[in-house]
Write a protein that binds this ligand. Structure first.
Ligand code: ADP
Length: 423
């Protein structure tokens, strides 16, 4: 029955009851009392329906009461609402159980944290890695339980873009990577991953490259020394050996450059966050770099447009090596002048090296700072490149909390900028 029809039927019922009691009252000459009785009958009927609803709502698992007309419709609507709600709750419960089961099966520790910082739930891996106990620790503050000062600061600051590396709270031999994601109304999800093995491998790789480069330097120095002696003595009697000796010398120089860059890279990677910094005059640095570059590339000009007042907190040696790499690249890969400039924007300083060389296609840009990645291997070798220059620049800038910005288009030259925080 549609609602207007149900209302009409209910009004008809009221009208008939009142009419019947009115007519009976008129016939027996007691109109007013008969009408009051009619109204009392109606009231009793409605009170009974209310009582049935109330009784049913207190035991909602029972079938709804049967009724006709408007009341029947009210019962049906409540019943449907209740059923939809129950189905929705079951669906949500299934989804939550599914999520819990998936998180519980993960090897990484997972902790659900409520908006006040209390533990809502955690899986078995979180128990092992973070020393938490569930349900014992439910509702306890996560920062109080983990007792890691670095985690306390990280959690309170609320900037979760970068993960946090810490020692395991229950085992200092374990290295953990902690990542936090916010969701819902201020709730957070903490993931703890054991990266001990990965870090050990990374240290082994770094040490291996560093040690090999170091070990190779001594024999190479001996070979280069003998080559110089041979060039000076043997060439007087054996001029035909000039070309092979010259090539051997070139390759030895190339190898020395490679070892030097590899050693520098592994030293940069091994550096702790505590990099020694001072206020570096950018104009002075640019002038020194330009002078050194001019010695290697006589006849080419490096123009510096940097105010004498500009200074930036940095490690002088490292920034020098980064800028020199960029200027040497600009000289190597272009045939025109090179321009070094400085500008500031939104709290960052941009130390840029611009050239009017061939430029670089977009596809290469994201990979340029990878070790040994070259756009043109032949040209790089011909120019004495090691393929490590931009990797060094990237590491230096990362150590300063900055980054390398590369803007280039084929045929339109390139701009390599060291982006540095000013404070
Ligand atoms: P390389 O020793 O080969 O120069 P880098 O790491 O310094 O190694 O540079 C990587 C590659 O990036 C180079 O081989 C070259 O292809 C490209 N490149 C770097 N600087 C420039 C530049 N100013 N113009 C054009 N290409 C460049």
């Amino acid at each position: 029955m549609s609602s207007p029809a149900a209302w009409k039927a209910e009004l008809r019922f009221v009208a008939i009851t009142l009419l019947a009691s009115g007519v009976t009252g008129w016939l027996i000459g007691e109109l007013a009392p008969a009408l009051v009785v009619g109204l009392l009958v109606l009231l009793a009927y409605w009170l009974r329906q209310l009582w049935r609803i109330h009784h049913w709502l207190s035991q909602p698992q029972e079938e709804p009461p049967e009724s006709r007309g408007l009341w029947g419709e009210v019962f049906d609507s409540i019943y449907h609402l209740q059923r939809n709600q129950r189905e929705e709750r079951d669906r949500l419960q299934t989804a939550v159980s599914y999520l819990h089961d998936s998180f519980a099966a993960l090897k990484d520790g997972v902790v659900m944290i409520d908006p006040r910082g209390g533990i809502e739930w955690c899986n078995a891996a979180a128990t092992d890695l973070l020393g938490l106990q569930f349900p014992r620790d439910k509702g306890q503050s996560i920062v109080n339980l983990l007792r890691l000062p670095a985690f306390f600061d990280y959690f309170e600051e609320g900037d979760f873009r970068q993960p946090l590396m810490v020692e395991g709270p229950s085992d200092a031999e374990i290295r953990l990577k902690l990542e936090i994601t916010s969701f819902g109304q201020g709730s957070r999800l903490l993931f703890a991953t054991d990266v001990t093995r990965m870090e050990q491998l990374e240290v082994m790789r770094r040490d291996f490259v560093g040690n090999v480069s170091h070990e190779l330097r001594t024999p190479l120095t001996v070979i280069t020394g003998y080559l110089y002696t041979l060039e000076e003595t043997l060439l007087r009697t054996e001029p035909s050996l000039e070309k092979p000796l010259h090539q051997m010398q070139q390759q030895a120089d190339r190898m020395e450059g490679l070892l030097k860059d590899l050693l520098l890279l592994s030293r940069l990677e091994a550096l702790d966050v505590s990099l020694e910094k001072s206020l570096v005059s950018v104009a002075g640095l640019a002038a020194e770099v330009s002078e050194e570059a001019s010695i290697a590339w006589p006849g080419r000009s490096v123009h510096c447009d940097v105010s004498a007042l500009v200074s930036v907190p940095a490690n002088y040696q490292q920034l020098y090596s980064a800028l020199l790499n960029l200027v040497i690249n600009a000289l190597k890969y272009s045939e025109r002048d090179v321009y070094v400039s400085w500008h500031e924007e939104a709290g960052l300083g941009y130390l840029s090296v611009r050239d009017e060389g061939p430029g670089i296609d977009d596809v290469h840009l994201p990979r340029l700072t990878e070790r040994f990645y070259r756009v043109d291997v032949g040209r790089s070798r011909e120019m004495g490149g090691t393929g490590l220059g931009l990797a060094i620049v990237k590491h230096v800038l990362a150590g300063h909390g900055g980054r390398l910005l590369i803007e280039s288009k084929p045929g339109q030259g390139s701009i390599f900028s060291c982006v540095l925080p000013l404070s």
